[in-house]
Design a protein around this ligand. Structure first.
Ligand code: B12
Ligand code: SF4
Ligand code: SF4
Length: 263
């Protein structure tokens, strides 16, 4: 392990050019936090796969089985940014996860950490697509990666299996994606409720990842907190605080759980 590997707690990380992505920034509240004169995007992978046994009886998507990833990854990334700032005190290091102006899939591909799948997701050779993405944007110049491969082999399994028919040749149509629909407020069309019932999934959707051959030998996460907080079966009495579905409020997850029960 090099000195920097230790700073990154052994998690996969890579460097890419901020300039390469600056024309594609996502308009969000946190855009104003980007450091002035940003030069490098440091992408960090947070694997979350717990192994198949952990998902027995799960009724929410895998990314929502453990405590809210924004909190777990945010704490780790904040620590890493602090350590980098101590090593390079003349530079700024600003961490982002999800709620980020950086299009994270593209940044992680640019950083040489893996490929973009037809399912729109980032896929790493070791951990598959079961990784959350975070980044630290800095005004320090690091040596950028030069990825050789940027896209998956395109076997089409995800497209074929997608229950919403959301995957096309050019990315996904989010209005058809069950993950998007499960987060939407208001009444759900009966056909969508029916699909959620068939999949027994009250939050998110994992179909395009479960069928992906690049996920077949994904390694479980080295991040203990994901194991320690795992709770795969959510009920109407499960406390929602600190869970990935809390941000949408109790009504949405309750509506979905009730939809799973209807016959
Ligand atoms: C909004 C959002 C959603 C929305 C809409 C997604 C969409 N594509 O429109 C919804 C609710 C549907 C969603 C669902 C999910 N999401 Co989401 N989502 C995001 C979020 C916050 C922003 C995405 C975005 O708007 N990007 C910008 C627009 C412009 O992207 P775009 O038009 O799709 O174009 C992208 C790609 O197509 C790509 N691209 C296009 N052409 C090419 C060509 C090449 C060569 C390359 C390299 C890239 C590339 O570049 C763009 C950048 O991502 C990101 C976090 C982030 N800040 O990036 C997480 C994120 C993408 N989501 C994540 C996750 C985990 C999920 C789910 C798996 C959750 C679940 N289990 O239900 C599903 C998967 C659905 C799917 N198959 O994509 C993870 C993905 C991790 C990974 N391994 O890739 C992210 C990165 C959050 C995180 N921090 O970990 N999501
Ligand atoms: S299932 Fe096939 S086409 Fe879809 S992301 Fe995986 S490798 Fe690519
Ligand atoms: S998350 Fe589900 S609905 Fe959305 S693209 Fe993937 S398989 Fe299709």
């Amino acid at each position: 392990m090099t000195g920097l590997d230790a700073v990154f707690c052994g998690l996969p990380y890579g460097f890419s050019s901020f300039d390469e992505i600056s024309g594609r920034l996502i308009d969000c509240r946190k855009k104003s936090l980007l450091p002035e004169n940003a030069k490098t995007v440091i992408s960090v992978l947070f694997p979350y796969y717990l192994g198949e046994d952990a998902y027995h009886n799960a009724n929410v998507s895998r990314y929502a089985v453990s405590a809210d990833y924004h909190v777990i990854t945010g704490q780790i990334l904040g620590r890493i940014a602090g350590d980098l700032a101590a090593i390079y005190p003349e530079n700024a290091f600003v961490p982002f996860v999800d709620d980020s102006p950086i299009p994270e899939v593209r940044a992680a591909v640019n950083a040489g950490l893996g490929v973009m799948g037809r399912n729109n997701l980032f896929i790493n050779e070791t951990y598959g697509s079961w990784v959350f993405l975070g980044e630290i944007v800095t005004d320090r110049l690091f040596e950028f990666a030069e990825p050789k491969t940027r896209v998956c082999p395109g076997c089409g399994a995800c497209q074929k299996a997608c229950p919403g028919g959301a995957i096309g040749e050019k990315g996904i149509e989010k209005e058809k994606c069950l993950s998007f629909l499960s987060q939407k407020k208001g009444d759900l069309p009966p056909a969508i409720e029916e699909k959620m019932r068939e999949l027994n999934c009250a939050w998110g959707c994992d179909v395009c990842q479960k069928v992906c051959p690049l996920n077949r030998s994904a390694r479980p996460t080295p991040i203990e907190a994901f194991f320690e907080t795992a709770d795969p079966h959510v009920t109407l009495t499960t406390p929602i605080d600190g869970r990935a579905f809390a941000w949408r409020g109790k009504k949405v997850i309750e509506r979905n759980l009730k939809a799973l029960e209807e016959v």
